[in-house]
Design a protein around this ligand. Structure first.
Ligand code: ADP
Length: 533
């Protein structure tokens, strides 16, 4: 009879342990442990205290009494020894503590047994079983519960690890998703297993569409700067060539987007190897390098512009000055004046160009100082006409502003520079002449000034780019006109610094109209027009 009791106990224990170790949800594991412990020892209540990361114990699960009373039972946790041997484990005055709990809660509990839950030498929690009536716990009870507590400890520990793992994974997923760089993780067969949001935006593939596909289906190069790409590299033995120090692979070029167009990117592939050196994953980090490319383009354009546009006038000035300075020549006043005139003209051009270059670099450093004065745009427009009209007899420049045109706040020199650029372009890009109109228009919240010409116009595809620094339309009449492509860039920066906008409308061959708006001072804005419904 005694033997059969033990066999029953053992079978029960085995069954429960199996059920427990298969379970990974911590709350379920705890509830099962409590239920089994109570059944085994004929208890009416049970609780589990778990050691928190800071070393303190807290009640994580209980059974047999309302959970709102749980905090009274914390008294049973006082003075838990750091002892894992179940026969030496002893919480001082445990019976007295239970009596106190019973008194405070009105629950009829009278006997308690507590056993350590251990993983090796480490105490991870304490399992309590409580009886309301019947005999005190015996050494046999202690024996039974001790082996069960060990099994339960393993199950709890597993569930805790799993919980931590799941938490880590969530954390990692959140980091990947919010990363501004594209990230993807490939399996050893180069199939995509992770594909973050930034990469979805870059490639035009959604994560759901990309995951499961082969890398080469999604990453397609329109152009590559590096000779290597992933498939060539792996064919050549990467990543196992890492022993020679080539752990990561870098590929740069233009990626073909699924939604059309290309994107300049640099991809770093890093292999993840297991302890035996076997490939587990390839982690790819994709960076949008459009800005670097743009900066590169600007730098090289800058160098070519500077070398051409600065050198030409300098060469002219030098040539003419040398001619004038020749000791063996006598020049009449007329010739001297003429040569000096050319030198003057070229020096002015040089000065304008240097000023533009300095302005452009100030804009890029966001350091363009602006004055704040009352500005009469019509006065500025008339001054610009006075400057340009005498220089051309093919163009007829007219100004028309309504009489109620208000003043705006701003920097008069900078705003005049905008008008200067627009009018000089209007002349430059209408080689056959024509009418140039400068108009003012008053709107409720802003004023708009436009400069229109009847010149070569601008193709629709170029209209978005002509405000970029150093950008010029690549057409013969533009090339002939000369210039560096900074005028509109500066004009836009000045207008935007005033809180306005600048735009162009044009029909190629018929002319172009450049307009810019500036906000009106609040005090004299017109009420919005009333629209009865
Ligand atoms: P630049 O005149 O020195 O080339 P801008 O920045 O002033 O530089 O102009 C950029 C480009 O925009 C010009 O090269 C030209 O192709 C185009 N553009 C500007 N204004 C006009 C215009 N009024 N008509 C036609 N094309 C224009």
């Amino acid at each position: 009879m005694f033997a059969s009791y033990w066999i029953r106990q053992r079978d029960y224990l085995l069954k429960i342990s199996r059920a427990l170790t298969a379970q990974l949800d911590l709350d379920t594991v705890l509830a099962e442990v409590l239920k089994a412990a109570m059944e085994m020892l004929g208890g009416q209540a049970a609780l589990i205290a778990i050691r928190e990361p800071d070393g303190r114990f807290t009640i994580r699960a209980s059974r047999g009494f309302p959970s709102r009373l749980q905090e009274y039972f914390s008294l049973l946790l006082v003075d838990i020894p750091n002892q894992v041997d179940p026969f030496l484990f002893h919480i001082p005055d445990l019976e007295a503590k239970l009596a106190e709990v019973a008194l405070r809660t009105g629950l009829p509990f009278s006997q308690v047994i507590a056993l350590p839950m251990r993983i090796g030498p480490e105490l991870i929690g304490v399992l309590y079983v409580i009886r309301a009536y019947g005999a005190a716990f015996t050494a046999d009870d202690r024996q039974v519960l001790a082996s069960f507590a060990d099994q339960a400890a393993i199950a709890v520990h597993n569930a805790q690890l799993y919980q931590r793992l799941a938490q880590e994974k969530r954390r990692l997923d959140a980091i990947l998703e919010s990363s501004a760089d594209g990230v993807m993780i490939l399996d050893p067969g180069q199939r995509i297993t992770v594909f973050n949001r930034a990469l979805a935006e870059m490639t035009g593939w959604s994560a759901a569409e990309a995951i499961g596909r082969h890398h080469d289906e999604v990453i397609q190069w329109a152009r590559r700067d590096t000779e290597m790409d992933l498939s060539r590299a792996t064919a050549g033995g990467w990543p196992l060539a890492q022993s020679r120090g080539k752990t990561v692979l870098y590929v740069e070029g233009d990626l073909r987007r699924r939604t059309g167009g290309v994107l300049s990117v640099g991809i770093t592939y890093a292999p993840l190897l297991d302890r035996e050196g076997k490939l587990v994953n390839i982690i790819a980090n994709v960076r949008d390098i459009t800005r670097f490319r743009e900066a590169d383009r600007l730098k090289s354009t800058f160098v070519s512009v500077v070398s051409h546009e600065l050198k030409t006038p300098v060469a002219t000035i030098l040539g003419y000055a040398e001619t004038l300075a020749r000791p063996d020549a006598q020049w009449d006043t007329e010739t001297v004046r003429e040569l000096a005139g050319v030198i003057q003209e070229e020096a002015r051009r040089l000065d304008r160009l240097i000023t533009d270059l300095l302005d452009a670099s100030r804009i890029q450093a966001r350091a363009l100082p602006l004055r704040q004065e009352e500005v009469d745009l019509e006065v500025l427009a008339r001054r610009v006409v006075q400057r340009f009209q005498p220089q051309t007899d093919r163009h007829d420049i007219a100004v028309r502003f309504p009489p109620d045109f208000p003043t705006v706040q701003g920097d008069p020199m900078r705003l005049e520079q905008v008008l200067n650029n627009l009018v000089s372009n209007a002349i430059k890009y209408s080689p056959d002449g024509g009418r140039i109109r400068i108009r003012g228009e008053v709107r409720p919240e802003e004023v708009v000034v436009s400069v229109s010409d009847e010149g070569i116009g601008i193709p629709a595809t170029e209209q978005g780019r002509i405000f970029d620094p150093f950008y010029r339309v690549d057409e013969a009449p533009v090339r002939q006109a000369g210039g560096v492509g900074l005028g509109l860039y500066l004009a836009r920066a000045i207008v935007e610094a005033h809180g306005g906008r600048i735009w162009v409308e044009s029909e190629p061959g018929k002319g172009a109209t450049f307009s810019f708006s500036l906000p009106r001072p609040r005090r004299d804005r017109l009420p919005a027009p009333f629209h009865p419904d």
